[in-house]
Design a protein around this ligand. Structure first.
Ligand code: FAD
Length: 406
């Protein structure tokens, strides 16, 4: 998702009610975190290699795992109840989002993946859009993706967006431009696109979000963009795609407010998932350190190995409260720009650091095909760029804090 921290400078409205399902407090589901953790460990992680590779085999596995999640009552836990989800509020979802996110594929397997799109469309979509797509998204019958970043302008500067939408005499819009690193575009039914409808770059106004069915004439998958060897990212083109007038999201010129709102929650959810993956790497490291023994005893007896364990634990334990603070502020509907920025940078760094330490302790095995560590390292490296690179968040948080001293 694209991701200027600058976007978060835009004023956003109250967020509380949108953030988790219905916003009502549903009854506690007993042992939910344990059940989700067990589900991911038993039914998602063993299939990661197939899921990472994508294509029809991955789709078949995902269908099977999702059917099991439904049978076990674990489907779409944080999605709004009136649309077919289970309506858990953000704070309750956060309690097991780490366990769900221990695998990159957990949210898709358990039906949480469309949460951002569903909340965005429920709040900012037109009646026609809500009626046509929301239940299909929650049911997992429709897939969406989100396209802001473009090949020819910096993703950190959305005011330069070159994709253009022009009004047709019948009120519809014609969309022309190119996006890249659009996650999941290859299998998506719908894409939310940032385009300029008014003014010219670098105007701050005049940007609009469109919801575009990928079956529309003129929509094109240009190429897949493997990230450190993994599938899932795409370059896409809009060659004069006609978009109905009622497929604007947040109205004409409303893109930055909607995107800013979405990014706050999106970044926080990613932080939770990255923490889950960092914990997974930590567990692998600790188990390896204890189990692998040389003539002087187990690896765990070396002080420099203990240091890897200590530094990793420190990173995890100092990051988790930052992420929880971001969750709490969003759930309370309070301004969370600083908290989300801190959490995002910390969680991305922590994932990268802990996975790197775990690889070091594994030796060559950490780089080979027998553990998830190479995939986790890939996610950790990408985490420092996607949803806004570290530098954007550092600058944005520092500027906000310094304002209080001016
Ligand atoms: C795995 C992955 C998935 C992604 N998924 C999506 C998606 O689904 N949808 C989508 O729209 N995009 C997606 N992206 C794109 C991502 O959001 C952008 O890469 C990101 O916003 C940065 O934009 P850019 O790549 O154009 O970098 P640029 O804007 O060109 O920036 C390049 C570098 O310049 C430096 N820099 C930039 N701004 C500043 C600053 N203010 N201060 C100091 N240094 C700075 C940073 O080091 C930065 O990394 C994805 C990217 C990856 C890697």
């Amino acid at each position: 998702m694209a991701e200027s921290a600058e976007l978060t400078e835009e004023p956003t409205e109250e967020l509380t009610e949108r953030h988790g399902g219905t916003g009502e407090a549903p009854p506690e589901l007993p042992g939910l975190a344990d059940r989700v953790a067990a589900f991911v460990a038993e039914h998602v992680i063993p299939h990661e290699n197939v899921l990472d590779a994508g294509g029809p085999p991955a789709d078949a596995v995902l269908r099977e795992v999702r059917a099991r999640a439904r049978r076990e009552g674990l489907w779409a836990l944080p999605l709004p109840a009136e649309l077919g989800g289970q309506g858990l509020c953000l704070e309750r979802y956060a309690a097991f989002a780490e366990a769900e996110g221990a695998s990159d594929h957990g949210p898709a397997a358990l039906g949480s993946a469309p949460l951002l799109d569903v909340l965005m469309l429920r709040r900012h979509g037109t009646a026609r859009v809500r009626e046509a797509y929301l239940t299909g998204l929650v049911a997992g019958d429709l897939r969406t993706c989100y396209a802001m970043t473009e090949p020819d302008v910096p993703g950190t500067d959305p005011f330069l967006t070159a994709t253009r939408a022009t009004r047709e005499p019948d009120g519809s819009w014609r969309l022309t431009g190119r996006k890249w690193f659009t996650s999941g575009a290859g299998g998506a039914d719908l894409v939310t696109v940032l385009a300029r409808t008014d003014g010219a770059p670098p105007d701050r106004d005049g940007l609009t979000l469109f919801l575009v069915p990928t079956a529309s004439p003129g929509f094109r998958l240009v190429r897949e963009l493997p990230v450190l060897g993994a599938s899932g990212q795409w370059e896409i083109a809009f060659d004069g795609v006609r978009v109905p007038a009622d497929h604007l999201v947040g109205g004409r010129g409303g893109a930055l407010a909607v995107a800013g709102e979405r990014l706050q929650l999106g970044r926080t959810l990613r932080c939770l998932r990255w923490l889950g993956q960092a914990q997974r790497a930590f567990d692998l490291m600790a188990a390896r350190a204890v189990a692998r023994t040389g003539s002087r005893g187990p690896l765990a007896s070396h002080q420099l190995v203990q240091r890897h364990v200590f530094e990793s634990l420190l990173a995890l334990r100092t990051t988790r409260p930052l992420v929880r603070e971001a969750v709490a502020r969003l759930a309370a509907g309070e301004d969370a720009h600083v908290e989300v920025g801190l959490a995002k940078v910390a969680a991305a760094r922590t994932l990268q650091q802990v996975v790197d330490a775990a690889i070091q302790v594994h030796g060559a095995a950490g780089l080979g095909p027998d553990t998830a560590l190479p995939a986790l390292l890939r996610t950790g490296r990408a985490a420092r760029i996607l949803d806004g690179p570290d530098e954007s968040h550092i600058t944005s948080v520092a500027r906000r804090v310094l304002r209080g001293y001016a």
